[in-house]
Write a protein that binds this ligand. Structure first.
Ligand SMILES: Nc1ncnc2c1ncn2[C@@H]1O[C@H](COP(=O)(O)OP(=O)(O)OP(=O)(O)O)[C@@H](O)[C@H]1O
Ligand SMILES: [Mg+2]
Length: 213
């Protein structure tokens, strides 16, 4: 089983959007995919409950109180975390994860919180020992804006941890309302925005290959 943790202590930065998107991407390729929701708001569970019958299956599990058993033969686990995450729980989730994804919005507030959160993560043993790769994903980028330029600067400062930038589009809230990810939409418009995810998916594939090899 391969486990992806999507986390950041900043609220509203796109954790659920990225967790549901990754679950959608892997389910689409035939992986037995589970989406664990650690947030009491249960946004990911709500998304999964709206998912139409014909869409590639994603099994939701409620981890909002604690870690629950997974269905047998789970191949891919995506964990959606809440913004308010106690240190002990963060420790536990990072230990379970193979890779940690941190979304960040183009805003000085998000960048400051994310910098602080990165240094918290760096103190955790598996991260300190280089055993948990961390990927920062810029989210809600609007080309040619000053805020996009500052997020690009932030991404260059975090160096190789910066792996992808997702553009701002109403396709995210619109598809989420229907329990779908962009990977479930068979339109040219969606395919254009799906391209943004390729560097992130390639990064995850590389880590997966390393773990399996
Ligand atoms: N790239 C994007 N383009 C447009 N809207 C987006 C994008 N990413 C996220 N959103 C919207 O921003 C809002 C917050 O996103 P999301 O719920 O994924 O954040 P979160 O980090 O999970 O929030 P919380 O901390 O409350 O769990 C949602 O309405 C979502 O649809
Ligand atoms: Mg969320």
């Amino acid at each position: 089983m391969f486990t992806i943790l999507v986390t950041n202590t900043k609220g509203g930065c796109g954790k659920t959007t990225i967790a549901t998107g990754l679950a959608g991407a892997f389910a689409q390729t035939g992986w037995r995919t589970v989406l664990a929701d650690c947030d009491r708001q249960k946004s990911s569970l709500g998304w999964a409950s709206r998912r139409p019958a014909g869409a590639p299956a994603i099994t939701p599990v409620n981890w909002s109180k604690d870690t629950q058993p997974l269905p047998p033969k789970t191949q891919l686990l995506v964990i959606d975390s809440p913004a308010a995450l106690k240190r002990k729980r963060l420790d536990e989730l990072v230990r379970i994860a193979d890779v940690v994804i941190l979304p960040v919005l183009p805003s000085v507030f998000d960048e400051t919180t994310t910098r602080r959160f990165l240094s918290t993560l760096d103190k955790l043993k598996p991260v300190r020992k280089g055993k948990r790769p961390i990927a920062v994903v810029g989210n809600r980028m609007r080309a040619r804006t000053r805020t996009a330029a500052r997020l690009n600067k932030f991404m260059s400062e975090v160096g190789q941890r910066s792996v992808a930038s997702l553009r701002d589009t109403q396709l995210y809230p619109a598809s989420a309302a229907a329990g779908l990810s962009l990977f479930d939409l068979a339109t040219r418009r969606a395919a254009n925005f799906v391209d943004d995810w390729q560097p992130l998916l390639s990064f995850i594939d590389e880590i997966k290959a390393l773990r399996e090899g």
